[in-house]
Design a protein. Structure first.
Length: 314
């Protein structure tokens, strides 16, 4: 057991003068020539109980002070998961993602899928939704804590599900729609692409403005090539950076599997730090019970002193 506000116990010293004044109080008396005849008369039950009323009052006050100190019992084995983060992963699966320049023997999409699967496995309290896009976009999963199901969906995702092209704007807009009903403390979209927007749909800028209006941060990732003879112009880094900054997010460039994995890890750490601690201990508060007991004692003292145990005025 512990006290949430132990300084409140200092108020207990107020009970001492109350106790002193209660016992010092004298009842009214009549002047008689001698008290010898009264010496053999024993005090009645009412008189004996009336003398205890100051103790009842002090006990009530002490219980009230104890309630103010908020005693509580911690349940060591009970943890409450944090609200976590709701994340929508928007993944470019256009035909350019099938090139094998990102890692030997693997396509860009193969590497991205493996990194995302590892990212999902590393989450604890975060709900994750999945979106893929080419010229159009498709939501594969709403925000979910079923990481096994999410892993299976990512493993099966492949290019050709949609008409080919790169619709960055619709990829973001669909991810925002996935998070539409989310009430999480932090809501983010992580959008990955290796190309430039070339679809006749919502523009990336308009989609970013919508994200900003919904207070959803957007992190953008550009899959780039830095090998000799290849250029980064395939990725519109200026656009991706602008989209991220407009929503309070960040843009990251990844040119190999290790860098890409580090990007997803950093995004996860950034958002986890925003929601604070991941676990909180549950406590059983004793203050309400002590306050109720104090109220009963104080009310009883007031009623008894005004009725059955009423003392004559001094």
């Amino acid at each position: 057991m512990e006290l949430a506000d132990p300084l409140a116990l200092a108020l207990a010293v107020l009970a001492l003068p109350i106790l002193f004044l209660g016992f010092r109080r004298r009842s009214g008396a009549l002047a008689v020539p001698s008290t010898g005849a009264l010496a053999t008369i024993k005090p009645t039950l009412r008189l004996r109980l009336a003398k205890l009323l100051p103790l009842v009052r002090v006990l009530g006050l002490l219980l009230l002070v104890a309630a103010l100190s908020r005693p509580r019992i911690g349940e060591a084995n009970a943890v409450v998961p944090a609200e976590g983060v709701d994340i929508a992963l928007s993944i470019d699966i256009s035909s350019s993602m099938t090139t094998s320049t990102f890692a030997p023997g693997k396509t860009r999409l193969d590497v991205v899928k493996q990194v995302i699967r590892d990212f999902i496995k590393g989450r604890e309290n975060d709900r994750i939704g999945l979106v893929v896009f080419q010229r159009d976009a498709m939501a594969l999963s709403p925000p979910s804590l079923d990481y096994a199901a999410l892993d299976a969906i990512v493993a099966q995702a492949d290019t050709g599900l949609l008409p080919d092209g790169t619709g960055i704007g619709v990829g973001l807009a669909t991810a925002l729609n996935v998070l539409r009903d989310s009430t999480a403390t932090s809501r983010i979209v992580v959008l990955l692409t290796d190309g430039q927007h070339n679809a006749d749909s919502i523009s990336p800028s308009d989609a970013a403005d919508l994200a900003a209006a919904l207070h959803i941060r957007v992190y953008t990732i550009g899959v780039i090539d830095t090998k000799p003879g290849l250029s980064r112009v395939d990725v519109d880094e200026k656009l991706l950076r602008s989209m991220a900054e407009r929503t309070g997010g960040q843009y990251f460039a990844a040119d190999n599997p290790r860098t890409l994995a580090a990007v997803y890890d950093e995004i996860g750490k950034l958002e986890t730090s925003r929601v604070g601690r991941e676990h909180f201990e549950r406590f059983t508060e004793l203050a309400p019970w002590l306050a109720a007991a104090a109220a009963v004692l104080l009310l009883a003292e007031i009623l008894l002193s005004a009725t059955w145990l009423r003392r004559a005025p001094a």
